[in-house]
Design a protein around this ligand. Structure first.
Ligand code: DP6
Length: 418
């Protein structure tokens, strides 16, 4: 098959994970290049990912994108920047199956079709743009034979899509170094350690149903940079020290320090939101009750059992150092936040089922029968059924990967969604 004919479609499918920051990125020093005012650290999540297929064909007449089955415009600067950066690094590509050759200089004349979907509801407000842009960049790079000229170069391209996306290319624990160059060439994400370094860590995501329309991260951080004196103090005087301490805690698997820093950093991020004018509120009453659950437990034990962090929304991401503590954490969450009486338990706790098994919970009756956690005994606590949407049990996950052709979201003959 030659490049002359119009009847060919070449495509690649990839998968990239979501990540949750434990030292938060909030605020840009360059809006176009998405350069942050401070460095950040994240944990890559298992079970939550975007799958993206990218295709080229001489028969395509424009760049097109389908997100979760619905066509959306690819006109935004963020998509264009990512696409242009990968196109400029494209090389000669030979399709192993058909022998088709796409020459380096041909890529700029070929339009792309992109189909992407998340395996978790976008409405749940879980960092879908991070997984999505990381996946787009990773899939495009593999399709077009783009190579990194230095380690982390692709992360600088994913960053142009969404800041937090640069951290979603890697598994385990990831650091995004803010960099100092004006062109962003040193604003790079790198892996601190692989997922297996701290494989016992359990991550429970409590999806808190939110009725309110939240302020987007992009808009929220713009206002914070303009108006919050606390944010300046945080970026200049607090985060640099925390970055060093957090990296060390991760290296040593020191959960007490990890937990202390994670909670403190989430709380300071939300404090900068309150310090913004007009103030931004991302957490709600349920979020604050989840904080109470962890704080009260930690205080009663005298040492951190669990940690929490919240992004630009009310959902909590909770950490436990191992299965045993995760079981106690899950029991506490289920005790304080039981599902609605008619809920399907297999849909109330999803993801890694091993913690539920360890907790011996199979039915709603098992939840009803949970004993009052000792730190809550004698206290009249509300146990509102159905206050939480659902829970996702996760672990540190792997970075972006290329998938088999059978996972493609576009038809291999037409390059359109099937
Ligand atoms: C609170 O990466 O979504 O999740 O760069 O404007 O696309 P843009 O913002 P985004 O912001 C993420 C903010 C955060 C903290 C974090 O992930 O570090």
């Amino acid at each position: 098959m030659g490049i002359e004919g119009n009847d060919w479609v070449l495509m690649k499918t990839a998968r990239a994970p979501s990540n949750i920051a434990v030292i938060k990125y909030w605020g840009k020093r360059d809006e176009n290049l998405i350069l942050p005012i401070n460095s950040s650290i994240s944990v890559t999540l298992d079970y939550l990912f975007a799958t993206t297929t990218v295709a080229v064909s001489p028969s395509f007449t424009s760049d097109r994108l389908w997100l979760n089955g619905k066509e959306v415009s690819m006109e935004s600067k963020r998509y264009k920047n990512c696409l242009q950066q990968i196109r400029s690094r494209a090389t000669d590509v030979v399709d192993e199956k058909t022998g088709l050759v796409v020459k380096k200089e041909s890529w700029k004349d070929l339009y792309v079709h992109v189909a992407s979907k998340n395996n978790f509801p976008t409405a749940a407000g879980l960092a879908s743009s991070a997984a999505g842009f990381a996946c787009l960049v990773y899939a495009l790079a593999h399709l077009m034979g783009a190579k990194e000229s230095y380690e982390g170069e692709f992360s600088t391209i994913a960053r142009l899509g969404s800041g937090s996306a640069c951290r979603s290319l890697y598994g385990g624990f990831v650091k995004w170094n803010m960099g100092k160059e004006d062109d962003g060439s040193d604003s790079i994400a790198t892996q601190i350690v692989k997922k297996d370094h701290w494989k016992d860590l359990v991550i429970i995501i409590a999806v808190v149903s939110s009725r309110q329309k939240e302020t987007s991260s992009t808009a929220g951080m713009q206002t914070s940079v303009k108006t919050s004196p606390l944010l300046q103090h945080r970026a200049q005087s607090v985060v640099p020290k925390r970055m060093v301490e957090m990296e060390e805690a991760i290296m040593k698997r020191d959960f007490a320090t990890f937990a202390k820093l994670t909670c403190a950093d989430s709380n300071q991020f939300h404090a900068t939101c309150l310090d913004t004018s007009p103030p931004i509120f991302y957490m709600n009453d349920t979020s604050r009750r989840l904080i109470g659950l962890v704080e009260k437990w930690n205080a009663s034990e005298g040492t951190p059992q669990a940690a929490y962090t919240f992004d630009a929304g009310p959902n909590a991401v909770l950490f436990a150092p191992d299965d045993k503590v995760a079981r106690s954490l899950l029991q506490r969450i289920l005790y304080l936040f039981p599902p609605a009486s008619d809920a399907d338990i297999s849909r109330y706790v999803v993801g890694d089922q091993s913690i539920m098994e360890l907790a011996g919970i199979k039915t709603i009756d098992d939840i009803e029968a949970l004993p009052t956690p000792s730190e809550w005994s004698g206290i009249d606590i509300p146990r509102t059924k159905g206050e939480l949407g659902y829970l996702i049990c996760s672990r540190p996950g792997q970075g972006a990967i290329v998938l088999e052709d059978s996972a493609a979201l576009l038809d291999d003959a037409t390059g359109f969604p099937g």
